[in-house]
Design a protein around this ligand. Structure first.
Ligand code: SF4
Length: 872
């Protein structure tokens, strides 16, 4: 069946299209539909133009392309304060896209809003929950079975609330967006950090958290800090082994993972025309790795060609008419300008463990040898939303074909992830898939798979050091296979293919030779392939479900006993008081991405169940105190345990907590679970040197304070542990930070604690404890176990002391006066403090005052901070 007629018949089926004359809708020029699937939702270039003119008049200066598109979507262009990097813009995006892992929480939040329908065209895409195991069809069947409950929820919620639903097997969200929904000048938000992929078609497409998506779906203007603009001027032209991926690998090396924060990266210059539309999408897609708000290319003939090939010539024609608004004004100002000569750009490969560690392919082998990274490549993986276009597959197949001609197959394992059903069907039809299989590849399902840790990897054991090369975008520790010892490198699909054939990082296809089956040496030629299929795309299987016109009878079921879905309860409200005396749950060392905060892989299945997924909270983050992942000291019991368990302990005991983070905390994906989970488990603030943009917004949306140190060096002043420690206080108690007076010469000295005034009351200062004259013992005891209490009965003629652990003190505190005996307190393990201090301690001793001594070397080597425990 010809694709166009197939499209029309699908539309008629989906829309009950008796009412529509589909062909005429698609071909109208004055009123062009945003997509084939929403014939009544029109592209509003007229409004874009009107708003741009208002803003241009106000600002009286040339505008960059991203400014035109962003300001063209202002809610109130006449009055909006506009200052790059400073003011917050209120915007009206054209549409919303959600992937299945984030859509669950977004739809659960939308359901909580009580609204009957979404306010803007929106779609859900089932791509993240499909695990790569045996290959495309089998994996897809298995995923449908395992995730049936979630898919059913998303399908019925989509039908109920007017959201288009792309079933599992349809492909990866960003590829589907590019093929069907993105267009020049669109403002689209998506609940996935690689939403910027749509910048390859001249749209401003921004990754957001689910709560932002819910705002837009509810018809509320969406807030975005007015982005700065980084210009990347491209000159020269791409050729040989150099590909679009190398542009972003190079830019990532220049700007690093946080260099794009708060900015839109705008590509321009004569070199742009040498890049295909899907190549531009690759560049924008991976722009997420430099923290950029998004990236965008100006409208050009390559985009027109792609729009026409994907059945949207009407949009291209309309864009031609409005072209002046879809390119930057000449003389516009960029906050930063980078220039890259594509003719001089060499193939790159970035990694391991971070996407900004850039190496020319020619050099990576020697760097790896020096650094001790494994040279043998265990697996090469091509595809994903970043690099799975027809052109990518064609160039990889062109490399594979040469190896096959010399009797070679891949030395490494080799996998191929088509980005969409349309790509899969087309590369099958055109023979690329078979070539890639012949060279040893396994074609996986049209889904995220190993890119998001959905990879049932069998060839190595966890903890085994190994190297993989991918054409994906992200290579943080453990992302692909949950093995922290996997050294993942990102590069173009054609380089992955060449490296998988050679089997080693030391291979440079530009200069090195391979040995054919016949023993003869040969060199791979630089790949050449069509940018788009010569025939029409084959749309493959129909995988789209359009929401019904009347959804009043539609049920959306969430079982109360479900382990995968859970309706949301409101978080507790702020009590109006300042947050004080918060416990540090963990001080994170170094990089802490959303993968570290809320791991993916096997945890993806709990994305719709907040309590269950909270069991992965920060399990990948490295604790400064012991250099370990998922091991933090419980400040009450002093035992090290998993982060989520410790957070739950604090929550149960009413102890509010914070996280201390390093730079660019929360970089990576848009997943709002990284903000929901700490809020759910009792977190109150995240205090860091700096935040990644989406994560900071997500924290605010979920009621967690994202705080940054006024001076980033203050991060180093926070000490944890049995030595340097942070004080621990029970709720309502007060930590006195004033230095405790040095002990007088007299054998008995009496520290005092100051309790600040409560609202409406007076403060107080009173003695709380005596310290045994056997001070060395006391210090020793405290250093053994800094959170043991020295309790004493100050009213007694002879002070009596006993060390009591905090849990026991809590027990004591909850009892009425007169019943606070410590006879049932257990002695601290390995601690002889009780006997040493008070050999005559009575069996039944009543504590009249309770005080906590915490070693605080920040005050003095022997200093202590005293915490009083108020009456319950
Ligand atoms: S980056 Fe990977 S996980 Fe994210 S959408 Fe793309 S393929 Fe899926």
């Amino acid at each position: 069946m010809a694709p166009y007629s197939l499209l029309v018949s699908r539309l008629q089926k989906a829309l009950g299209a008796r009412q529509y004359h589909v062909a005429s809708v698609l071909c109208q020029r004055a009123k062009v539909a945003m997509s084939h699937f929403e014939p009544n939702e029109y592209i509003r270039y007229d409004l874009l133009e009107k708003n741009i003119n208002i803003v241009r008049k106000r600002l009286n200066r040339p505008l960059t392309l991203s400014e035109k598109i962003v300001y063209g979507h202002l809610d109130d262009p006449a009055n909006q304060e506009i200052e790059r990097g400073k003011t917050y813009l209120r915007l009206r995006p054209d549409r919303v896209a959600m992937q299945d892992a984030t859509a669950q929480m977004a739809m659960l939040q939308f359901i909580s809003s009580g609204l009957p329908k979404v306010a803007v065209p929106s779609t859900i895409h089932c791509d993240h929950l499909i695990e790569a195991q045996l290959g495309g069809e089998k994996d897809l069947r298995r995923a449908k079975d395992i995730n049936q409950e979630v898919y059913n929820f998303l399908a019925t919620a989509g039908a109920k609330y007017g959201v288009g639903f792309w079933r599992p097997g349809s492909g990866i969200i960003h590829q589907i967006i590019l093929e069907n929904y993105a267009y020049p000048g669109v403002l689209l938000i998506g609940t996935d950090s690689h939403t910027p992929n749509g910048g390859g078609l001249g749209g401003i497409c921004i990754g957001v958290g689910g709560a932002d998506a819910v705002d837009v779906m509810a018809g509320i203007p969406w807030e975005l800090k007015c982005p700065k603009v980084i210009g990347v001027k491209l000159t020269g032209s791409l050729s040989g082994w150099t590909s679009p991926k190398d542009v972003i690998l190079k830019v990532a090396g220049i700007l690093t993972v946080k260099g794009g924060t708060g900015a839109i990266v705008e590509y321009h210059g004569p070199g742009v025309d040498s890049i295909s539309c899907t190549g531009m999408a690759t560049i924008c897609n991976m722009g997420a790795e430099i923290g950029a708000t998004t990236s965008v290319f100006p409208y050009n003939h390559r985009m027109k060609k792609y729009l026409s090939k994907t059945g949207r010539a009407d949009i291209a024609n309309l864009a031609d008419e409005f072209k002046d608004h879809l390119v930057p004004d000449s003389g516009c100002h960029y906050d930063q300008l980078i220039e890259i000569n594509l003719s001089e750009l060499k193939p790159h490969i970035n990694g391991p463990f971070t996407p900004d560690l850039a190496h020319p392919v020619a050099e990576v082998g020697s760097v790896a040898e020096k650094e001790g990274w494994p040279l043998d490549i265990r697996v090469g993986l091509i595809g994903s939303c970043t690099n799975s276009s027809y052109e990518d597959m064609g160039r990889s197949a062109a490399v594979a074909k040469q190896a096959l001609a010399h009797g070679l197959q891949c030395k490494s394992q080799f996998t191929i992830t088509p980005g969409s059903e349309q790509i899969r069907a087309t590369i099958e039809r055109d023979g690329y898939a078979q070539i890639l299989r012949d060279v040893g590849g396994i074609v996986l399902a049209n889904a995220c798979g190993p890119c998001i840790g959905q990879w049932d990897r069998k060839d190595i054991k966890k903890g085994e050091k190994n190297t993989i090369v991918t054409s994906y975008n992200r290579n943080f520790t453990g992302r692909n296979d949950a093995n922290p010892e996997t050294h993942a490198f990102v590069t173009s699909p054609e380089i992955v293919t060449a490296l998988a054939i050679a089997g080693t990082l030391k291979f440079n296809p530009e200069t090195d030779f391979l040995t054919g089956k016949d023993g003869k040496k040969f060199k791979l030629e630089a790949p050449d392939a069509d940018e788009l299929p010569r025939a029409e795309f084959d749309p493959g299987q129909d995988t789209y479900q359009h929401p019904p016109k009347d959804s009043s009878g539609q049920q959306v079921d969430v079982s109360p006993t479900s382990q995968r879905l859970q309706l949301l309860e409101p978080f507790d409200k702020w009590d109006g008081r300042d947050l004080e005396d918060l416990q540090i749950l963990i001080k994170v060392k170094g990089k802490c991405t959303t993968d570290h905060i809320s791991a993916a892989g096997p945890w993806l299945k709990f994305r719709g169940h907040l309590d269950n997924i909270s069991n992965n909270l920060l399990i990948g983050a490295i604790n400064v105190e012991n250099g370990k992942a998922n091991s933090v000291r419980n400040a009450v019991t002093q035992e090290f345990g998993p982060v989520p368990d410790t957070a739950r302990y604090y929550k149960k005991h009413g102890i509010r907590w914070v996280v201390i983070g390093d730079e660019n905390y929360g970089e990576g994906s848009s997943r709002e679970h990284a903000a929901l989970e700490p809020r759910h488990l009792g977190g109150r603030a995240i205090i860091t040197k700096s935040f990644a943009r989406i994560h900071e917004t997500n924290l605010k949306k979920q009621g967690l304070l994202p705080l940054t140190f006024a001076d980033p060096a203050d991060y180093n002043k926070i000490h944890l542990g049995a030595g340097p420690s942070s004080p621990r206080a029970l709720p309502g108690s007060t930590v006195s930070r004033s230095p405790v007076p040095a002990p007088p010469a007299s054998p008995h000295w009496q520290p005092r604690v100051t309790r600040p005034a409560e609202p409406g009351g007076a403060g107080a200062t009173w003695p709380v404890s005596r310290v045994c004259p056997q001070r060395p013992h006391s210090s020793q005891a405290s250093s053994l176990c800094p959170f043991w209490f020295v309790c004493s009965d100050t009213a007694a003629p002879h002070p009596r002391h006993i060390l009591v652990s905090l849990p026991h003190l809590e027990q004591l505190r909850s009892r009425p006066r007169g019943q606070r005996t410590v006879s049932d307190c257990q002695r601290p393990q390995g601690n002889t403090g009780t006997q040493a201090h008070s050999p005559r301690v009575p069996r039944h001793w009543e504590a009249t005052k309770l005080a906590l001594a915490v070693r605080d070397p920040g005050l003095s080597p022997r200093g202590r901070t005293w915490v009083t425990l108020p009456e319950p």
